[in-house]
Ligand binder design. Structure first.
Ligand code: ATP
Ligand code: MG
Length: 576
């Protein structure tokens, strides 16, 4: 018989101490407990117990996607860049796209996502509206040359994603499938035992369409999400809209005042003895991508607000924005440290919170000077208002007036109504019911499968290690043998076989280690149920059984496998 699940033969290299380069708890624990090992920056091996968890996560995802009517296929990792040129995002995608030439000089890339490949496939096969709707998905390895891979599986360069793409004859059909996927995602994350939240998401520069991200709530999350304490409103701060009340000042004349060396908002408001919200902060940016590439623009907001750069990028029609250099600032008539909206030779975007505001202070575009009595409507022509500020905790919810709270989240899923953004350039055409050629409309739906493994650990851990939900643990039962007698091994082997016959994943710790080491490793790896066969109690025909972190109870050794199975059934019930 293969020694497959005997600890003494099993490849599970655990570490005594936290690895030095791991910052977040999931990264530390997955390394320490022998789930993963780093190969190079952002690239990992999944060791046997890591792969077992990954497969269990995949199984939940697959089961729910199939149940929702999606069909699984598998597309390649290597994609010809011609397809990316056709969709129009070869340049746009930037350096995250890893490109290389083959021996014939054909350029390829490692797929970071598969809109191009799936559109190419479907465009060749789609003829009629009768073939629609269609939802195709895969669970596949992606590569993105991330600038800052970190936190282990959380942000890798190579990672595993479930990506689905749906094709439709019209917008109603897309909306229906979007809701179907939204509900499916809720079921998946619930079955994975996660505390999660769907939030409205930024739709990028293509804009306009429906999009939600699913976030696992965790302090280590890289995303900030705003949610209302009173209603259901929740959005990524990249998109969240809110308001707050600010002290109003009297209307007065526009007056030039000396403010020597006062460049920061705090300096100016202290010097002029006014509330910092009455100061107009003017930031100058350069457009990156889009129709107005390299345009220099100014953004104005209240002195105590922060600019949300993605909102500015949308307002000016760019893919992103970068802070302008001093030379670029000077080129539009600004002065570093004293820039203001008056007399700039650039488009000026004003945050919505400054609508109708009077008695403001702004930079004068002269060294060591500001203007007071600034009135947006009176003193500027051609102003463009937009929501530019970053939502803060304590803001007022735009929907119900409740208080906004902020939480950190790990983005584990994303659903997106793409419309015809890819289908049109990629010629995904079909004959509609009226016999006319039409462009299919699309949705796409991603889940970070390998990131989920880290996200689960972020929520399920304690001082001893990982407390996996029973349906995800690499092994459901840790069978621990304590003692050296022939009897204790024979009794253990019997229980081991009973558990295996019952379909239970069991890791039998048959090593010649001390009980302390064995319990430590069992808790570190995180098997939810423990069965202990010890020399001393076996003499009285007894074994012990308990759940991880809880008390153990004694029972006749012949009953312990059945008790463990009953316990597991109970643990699994919540995630079926
Ligand atoms: P992020 O904002 O975190 O970079 P994204 O918006 O680029 O993510 P999508 O293109 O929507 O991600 O990809 C779908 C899913 O794939 C994400 O919701 C996330 O769970 C996962 N994912 C994306 N990038 C990575 C990565 N570098 N490592 C691990 N998982 C990732
Ligand atoms: Mg996303």
């Amino acid at each position: 018989m293969l020694p497959a699940m005997r600890y003494s033969k099993y490849f599970v290299p655990t570490l005594r101490d936290d690895p030095a380069d791991a910052e977040v708890i999931s990264h530390k624990l997955l390394l320490r407990a022998g789930f993963i090992r780093r190969v190079t920056s952002g690239v990992y091996d999944y060791l046997p117990i890591g792969l077992r968890v990954l497969r269990k996560i995949e199984a939940v995802v697959r089961e729910e996607m199939n149940r929702a009517g999606a069909q699984e296929l598998l597309m390649p990792t290597v994609q010809p860049t011609e397809l990316w040129a056709k969709s129009g995002r070869l340049e746009k995608y930037g350096p995250e796209l890893l490109k290389f030439n083959d021996r014939h000089g054909h350029e390829s890339c490692l797929g970071p996502t598969h809109e191009e490949v799936i559109c190419d496939l479907v465009s060749r096969e789609l003829r009629s509206y009768k073939q629609l709707p269609l939802n195709l998905y895969q669970i596949q390895t992606k590569f993105r040359d991330e600038i800052r891979p970190r936190f282990g599986l959380m942000r890798g360069r190579e990672f595993i994603m479930k990506d689905a793409y749906s094709f439709h004859a019209d917008a109603e059909s897309l909306a229906e499938e979007y809701q179907n996927m939204f509900d499916t995602y809720c079921r998946i994350f619930t079955r994975l035992g996660l505390k999660f939240r769907p939030v409205e998401a930024d739709t990028g520069s293509i804009g306009g369409n429906n999009s939600h991200e699913f976030h696992v709530l965790a302090d280590s999350g890289e995303d900030l999400i705003a949610h209302c304490s009173a209603c259901e409103y929740a959005a990524n701060v990249e998109k969240a809209v809110s308001s707050r009340s600010v002290p109003q000042a009297e209307q007065s004349e526009l007056t030039l005042v000396d403010t020597p060396n006062a460049t920061s908002a705090e300096d100016v408001s202290a010097f002029l003895n006014m509330h910092v919200a009455q100061l107009v902060k003017t930031l100058v940016y350069r457009a990156v991508g889009g129709d107005n590439e390299n345009e220099i623009v100014a953004a104005c907001l209240r002195g105590d607000d922060q600019l949300q750069e993605i909102k500015l990028a949308h307002a000016i029609g760019a893919d992103s924005v970068e802070l302008a250099t001093d030379a670029e600032l000077i080129s539009i008539g600004g002065v570093a440290g004293f820039a203001g909206p008056v007399n700039l030779t650039a488009r000026v975007f004003i945050d919505d919170s400054l609508r109708g505001a009077t008695g403001l202070v702004a930079g004068a575009n002269r060294a060591d000077a500001h203007v007071t009595g600034f009135d947006v409507a009176r003193d500027l022509t051609d102003v463009m208002f937009a929501d530019l500020r970053e939502t803060r905790a304590g803001d007022t919810c735009g929907r119900c007036g409740g208080a906004i709270e902020l939480s950190r989240g790990i983005e584990v899923g994303h659903v997106f109504e793409l419309g015809t953004r890819y289908a049109e350039p990629m010629d995904v055409l079909f004959q509609n019911q009226q016999g006319k050629r039409a462009v299919a409309t699309m949705g796409c739906y991603g889940i970070g499968v390998s990131r989920l493994m880290a996200a689960v650990v972020e929520q399920c851990n304690d001082d001893s290690g990982i407390s996996w939900p029973a349906n995800l643990a690499p092994f459901q039962v840790a069978l621990i043998t304590m003692g050296k007698s022939e009897d204790v091994f024979q009794a253990s082997e019997k229980v081991y076989k009973q558990l295996l016959d019952g379909g239970v994943d069991v890791l039998w710790d048959d090593r010649k280690e001390s009980p302390g080491v064995k319990f430590k490793d069992a808790e570190l790896i995180g098997m939810p149920v423990q069965v202990v066969i010890a020399d001393r109690s076996l003499k009285e025909g007894l074994a012990e059984f308990g759940v991880r972190g809880g008390d153990r109870q004694s029972m006749p050794v012949g009953e312990v496998a059945a008790a463990a199975m009953a316990q597991l059934q109970q643990l699994n019930r919540s995630t079926d």
